[in-house]
Design a protein around this ligand. Structure first.
Ligand code: IVH
Length: 688
């Protein structure tokens, strides 16, 4: 049976992923200014690769999976790694480390008294490289690339003084792996000269190292102060010893630099002590490290443990917590979002934190500023939470000047001047100007054309901003009347536009006039109504006319329409208020009416199988499934009329458990929630 629902979902998600990966590739390779961590990037790629494997008919011709990150520029020839260069799984606390040990014990069937020797090496924040030596001669060097295929950087690598060109007493053939990095001192000096020359400055030492090794002219690489730590091997023919420790000794004998903070351990409590010791030393090190890598010492055990997914079972990266640094707030600026939310943002004196230069931090809301008494010109400690958005941890008020003033949060919208209101019990102040506020209108338009909404080819944020500045588009309906106004606006004569692209735009717009109800609801930009809620509303109300009618009726307290709305599972009190308010505003009614004269939201068609045994149930997925991806399993569950939830609670009907199921499985058992193995889940689907 063709499962339409999961195909549509997969195709949409694939489009989204392609776009996102391209954006990050551009930041990383084009601008050397990444916004997300490698791990987060890897996750996106893995998800796309998996979806492409399962849905080959939707693979884009120029998908980033075909033109792998670094190889994208095609400046360098490609090198296949004989043994893939994989990533490491992460551990963040003692529990994760214990789990790492326990899994190894279970896997190898070791008794408790049997000691497991580990080697702990600092995790260098650089870029990995593989160096192939044949007959002791360095013949090829490659970047990691996507793990299977990297870029040939042989000539460039030979300019790094740490890398020997000839190995004595080496195996017949061996691939040495390690990390290319730049010291912090060298990075700062390089940026200084780059700036003086008017050349590009780098975001952090890692990007400086990456940018330096990926030079077509290896004289440039030679002029950059790169270094190298060796830590493992790939393919080899010959003798590499029987343990990681012995191998590291060989690396040293061959002339490689091995990190001097490398140590061996047996007990987990010693690992912990070492972790704290290294974390303490970290600030004084002249190169960035972001954790400690633990590797099982015995190679025969490594071999038996093998890999799961893209990471070895025999190693783990014990990551350091978010790095904190001190800087100064230069200004506090209030931004206005699509729903009118006023968000204070601190403009900072740029600093490197967690390897990225940051110049802004979110201050969340008015209360946060009050609570921490954050003021312009304050010295502050900031940290990067998760991967991207930095936060102010605390103010160093001992450095505050006497004339420093308490920050006064504005009473009016800084963009349109309308009053800003904070409803009781809410933390966020909002502009009450609605769509007459320029900031809200333009954010609303951006949202209207976004991926989950109208998603019009050739009409992204940039084009919307251009149309807005020209005064051609003030509200969504205007987008659809552009074509009829062409003789007036002459879009095809504008810079960046031609006959062809204008024609294409008209075509793309006309194709979107008949739009699915859920996308239409989502496109309106109602506060709190995301893609999932829009689907829920579409399912419940079936036609837009009915939805609007019921939302207006629901304004009356005690009405049946209000009762029905409140009874939709997952629609809380706040959302009820937001929905009613949205449809109640005459301004909104007018923009909807204009829009409806241009587009036709289609009535919702039920594609779910509501007679399935899991219809109406709440399901949690955990661990990895062998037979399908998470995305596929989620689509399947939804297609069968059930809801997928991210966490286990008493409301969960059952939990589908793949291999490596962890805390969610534990919680399900604790709460007595029914669990299904993958085989049981498959039987359930197949019986349908
Ligand atoms: S061993 C099978 N050891 O971390 C994995 N990696 O997250 C073998 N890294 O791509 C990697 N220091 O670039 C290993 N001492 C170390 C490392 C290290 C940094 C990097 C490496 C790898 C990434 C994995």
């Amino acid at each position: 049976m063709v499962d339409l629902f999961s195909q549509v979902t997969a195709q949409d998600r694939m489009k989204e992923l392609v776009e996102e990966i391209r954006h990050h590739d551009d930041l990383y390779y084009g601008k050397d200014a990444p916004e997300i961590s490698d791990a987060a990037y890897d996750k996106l790629r893995q998800e796309l690769e998996q979806l492409e494997k399962e849905n080959p008919e939707f693979v884009e011709e120029n998908s980033p999976t075909k033109t792998v990150g670094a190889a994208k520029s095609s400046k360098f020839s490609k090198v296949s790694h004989q043994v893939p260069m994989l990533s490491l799984s992460n551990a963040f606390n003692e529990e994760d480390i214990e789990e790492f040990y326990a899994k190894i014990r279970r896997f190898l069937g070791l008794e408790d008294k049997e000691k497991i020797a580990l080697v702990a090496e600092p995790k260098i924040d650089g870029l990995s490289a593989s160096l192939t030596y044949k007959g002791g001669q360095l013949v090829v060097a490659a970047t990691r690339g996507d793990g299977r295929i990297g870029e040939d950087i042989t000539e460039n690598i030979k300019t790094i003084p740490d890398i020997p060109h000839v190995l004595e007493n080496a195996p017949e053939e061996i691939e040495i792996r390690g990390e290319i990095y730049m010291t912090k001192t060298d990075f700062l000096a390089l940026n200084k000269t780059q700036e003086e020359k008017g050349d590009k400055v780098f975001a952090n030492p890692r990007n400086a190292a990456a940018g330096s090794i990926r030079q077509l002219d290896h004289a440039i690489t030679a002029s950059r102060p790169l270094k190298f730590f060796a830590y493992s091997h790939g393919f080899y023919r010959g003798d590499v010893g029987t343990t990681q420790n012995a191998f590291l000794e060989k690396l040293k004998d061959w002339g490689f630099c091995v990190n001097p903070m490398t140590l061996s351990f047996h007990a987990s409590k010693d690992l912990w002590k070492n972790y704290e010791r290294v974390m303490h030393l970290r600030a004084d090190l002249d190169y960035d490290i972001d954790g400690i890598v633990y590797k099982i010492n015995r190679f025969d055990w490594q071999e038996r443990l093998g890999f799961v997914g893209r990471a070895p079972r025999w190693a783990v990266a014990h990551k350091f917590p978010a790095e904190q640094v001190e800087t100064q707030i230069e200004d506090i600026v209030i931004q206005v979002g699509r729903t009118g939310a006023l968000t204070p943002v601190a403009y900072l004196k740029p600093v490197t934190v967690g390897g990225v230069v940051v110049s802004r931090a979110t201050l969340h809301n008015e209360d946060e500023i009050k609570r921490k008494d954050i003021r312009v010109h304050d010295r502050v400690i900031i940290q990067r939470a998760g991967d991207v958005i930095p936060q102010v941890v605390k103010v160093l008020d001992q450095y505050r000047h006497d004339h420093s003033k308490v920050f006064v949060f504005p009473e009016n919208c800084p963009v349109c001047g309308a009053a800003a209101a904070k409803p009781e019990g809410e933390a966020i102040k909002r502009c009450t100007g609605g769509l007459s506020c320029e900031a809200q209108a333009i954010e609303g338009l951006r949202h209207f054309v976004s991926k989950g909404a109208f998603d019009i080819e050739g009409l992204g944020e940039k084009q919307i901003e251009f149309f807005w500045e020209k005064g051609w588009v003030k509200e969504p309906a205007d987008i659809f009347t552009l074509e009829s106004r062409e003789s007036e606006i002459n879009l095809s004569d504008q810079e960046g536009w031609g006959k062809k692209s204008t024609e294409n735009l008209w075509q793309a717009l006309n194709e979107k006039r008949a739009i699915s109800l859920d996308r239409f609801i989502y496109s309106l930009g109602i506060r709190q109504v995301g893609v999932e809620t829009a689907k829920l509303l579409a399912r419940t109300y079936v036609s837009f006319e009915n939805l609007m009618h019921k939302m207006i009726a629901a304004k009356t307290i005690g009405s049946e329409a209000r009762y029905d709305l409140m009874n939709i599972d997952q629609v809380g009190e706040k959302m009820v208020e937001d929905l009613i308010q949205f449809f109640d505003l005459p301004k909104h009614q007018a923009f909807i009416e204009n829009l409806l004269s241009q587009v036709m939201p289609q009535d919702y068609l039920e594609t779910r199988d509501l007679s399935s045994p899991i219809a109406g149930k709440t399901v949690v997925l955990t661990g990895s499934l062998e037979s399908m991806t998470r995305a596929e399993a989620k689509a399947k569950v939804e297609q069968m009329g059930a809801k997928v939830s991210g966490s286990v609670s008493k409301k969960t009907d059952f939990v589908i458990t793949g291999s490596d199921a962890g805390s969610k499985l534990k919680k399900a058992i604790e709460l007595g929630v029914k669990t299904l193995t993958e085989a049981e889940w498959l039987a359930l689907i197949q019986n349908k």
